[in-house]
Design a protein around this ligand. Structure first.
Ligand code: PRP
Length: 217
């Protein structure tokens, strides 16, 4: 049986994973969420008086919002660029700052910068990688992975990786270096286009609360 969420409430898609705790903190601080939620919780729907919160995989947040199951959500630029979801992005939340990079072994730098015609790239961001190298006119064979991307150049699965770098610790601990920066990424509040019109005052209220909090720092 399909369970419908109560429509009088706003539904919010929250990203599990690296953005989770900062998102919960932000929503707690501006009074949108009235309780602390543990990242270890296995519950997928959390109902409060005014909201339904859906705990979804970070990569899936744009999908829930684009299809209108969630009215709003939180997603990083990395995930948004990769999904190409058609959603509004009214607020840069400033959390989850990282950079999307090309990285590899230091001894392969020269190969990268000596006009290669083709490269093998491991990544969990195939669209971003294809776009980036397409613009450079470099043919790429994308090897899509779902985690521990840094392993790929170490074992010869690919020449380079396209991945996010936050502290740089994973690169350092595996003897890899940044080869080229693609773009910075931070988390955005995203809004379903129809909900933005039909639930405008409630969504504007959230935007205002978040913006006020961000101004205060
Ligand atoms: C991300 C990313 C890098 C790492 C970068 O992986 O894919 O591996 O974090 O962070 P750092 O610069 O602070 O080391 P994540 O932790 O999401 O795990 P995954 O490898 O399972 O995707």
């Amino acid at each position: 049986m399909v369970r419908k969420l109560p429509e009088d409430k706003l539904t919010v898609a929250l990203p599990k994973g690296r953005l989770f705790e900062q998102t919960i903190q932000l929503f707690n601080s501006c009074g949108i969420l009235d309780r602390v939620v543990s990242p270890d919780s296995r519950k997928l729907i959390l109902e409060t008086e005014d909201f339904n919160f859906l705990l979804v995989r970070a990569k899936d947040v744009p999908t829930y919002v684009e299809y209108g199951v969630a009215d709003i959500g939180v997603a990083g630029d990395d995930v948004l660029l990769e999904s190409r979801a058609d959603v509004y992005r009214p607020v840069d939340l400033g959390i989850g700052a990282c950079t999307i990079m090309v990285a590899g072994l230091p001894e392969d730098r020269e190969k990268y910068f000596s006009n290669p015609t083709s490269l093998r790239i491991s990544t969990k961001y195939p669209t971003i990688a294809r776009d980036f190298f397409g613009k450079k006119g470099i043919k790429v064979q994308i090897i899509e992975l779902y985690g521990s991307i840094e392993l790929a150049p170490l074992v010869g699965l690919s020449d380079f990786i396209v991945d996010i770098v936050e502290t740089g610790r994973t690169l350092r601990e595996n003897g890899l270096v940044v080869i080229e920066e693609i773009r910075p990424s931070t988390a955005k509040l995203i809004v379903n286009r129809a909900s933005y019109k039909t639930k405008n005052s409630r969504i504007m209220d959230i935007i205002e609360k978040l913006e006020n909090l961000l101004v205060k720092g």
